[in-house]
Design a binder for this molecule. Sequence first.
Ligand code: C5P
Length: 396
Amino acid sequence: MDGKNILLIISGGIAAVKVPDLIRKLSQNGAHVTPVLTESGAQFVTQLSIAALARSKVYTDLFSLTDEIEMGHIELSRSADLILVVPATAHLMAKMAHGMADDLASTLLLATDTPVMVAPSMNVRMWDHPATQRNLTTMQKDGVQVIGPNEGEMACGEFGFGRMAEVAEIVQAVEDYFQSGPLLGRHILVTSGPTHEPIDPVRYLANRSSGAQGTALAQALRDLGARVSFVTGPADAPAPTGVEVYRVQTAQEMLAVVQNLLPVDVAVFAAAVADWRVDVTQEQKIKKHLSGALPILNFLENPDILLTISQHSLRPKLVVGFAAETENLVVNAKEKRLRKGCDWIVANDVTRATGIMGGTNNTVTVIDEHGAEAWADMPKTDVARRLAQRIAGALI
Ligand code: C5P
């Protein structure tokens, strides 16, 4: 968990008294803990002690306008590698199962696509109640990982299931989470975003790529345990956490960084690299001529990074290219796969009407040596997860 960001939601239960110890252990293991304390959680532990142990600001329901400007609640929930709810009360679980968002903690949990782990803690009757068990099943179906609870003596004097998992068990579950996945031990390179090719100090050639698909892919590969090197042009999408980020501007810079990263197990070229650059970048801003004479720009072809790496002596085992097409999608993409020498091409139709470039959804066709596989329209994050699974499957 070294270097991982954990958003720790502390809800109100007597087991919250174990949270300081949990923060200490997570921090000793190298994790950065950002605490969120619910109003009822604050009845059991103080904001001051939690802040001191986590060495972090504690977010509460009094989340102020200043907080919102510095780190909006959506960003707070998404910038984490893992969200941990300790303890998770029956009430908070009910809210999670029903998608309710009436305080900061439940809003963060609803606004996130980050994996969530909960450590329930409650009275045995509350745990056994059909409502709680229904909520538990719903949460598990939603992908929430549940740690414990254990059987044992409770603070209320009763005995049974509902006692929160021990701190060591929670730390172990977090450790396992970060160490698991079919891509553990694999090094994967992902290029993403557009490139900017300078014309003069203020002007450049660019394209509409937002970097959203490449970023989602890097995240999905990371979530399956891969070590990800993410080489990005100047993209709108914030770079993913938990991956190595290399920022570049031009195609030539991108190629140099990519070559330096070899060897890798897999390379995915999701960047929309500019095909051309101007031959000479002017040192000074090009002036508008009073006579009305227009500047003449001469173009040079940029290096084709995908092609170069597909033919490289250190060629990765699996090379995946993207094809942004505006017509004859499958025919052009099949031809591109052969011409570039990559293993798969992920083709998408980027005519403006599809809204794919810069949009949240993507409709792709995956082309490999067996043919073309058309996927339904889905969020780019789902395309990324499915593609990451397909990559993991191909490496077995
Ligand atoms: O030829 P085209 O630009 O359509 O090919 C798209 C694929 O090639 C993408 O995977 C893109 O990342 C990659 N590419 C590249 N270097 C270039 C141009 C495209 O890596 N100069």
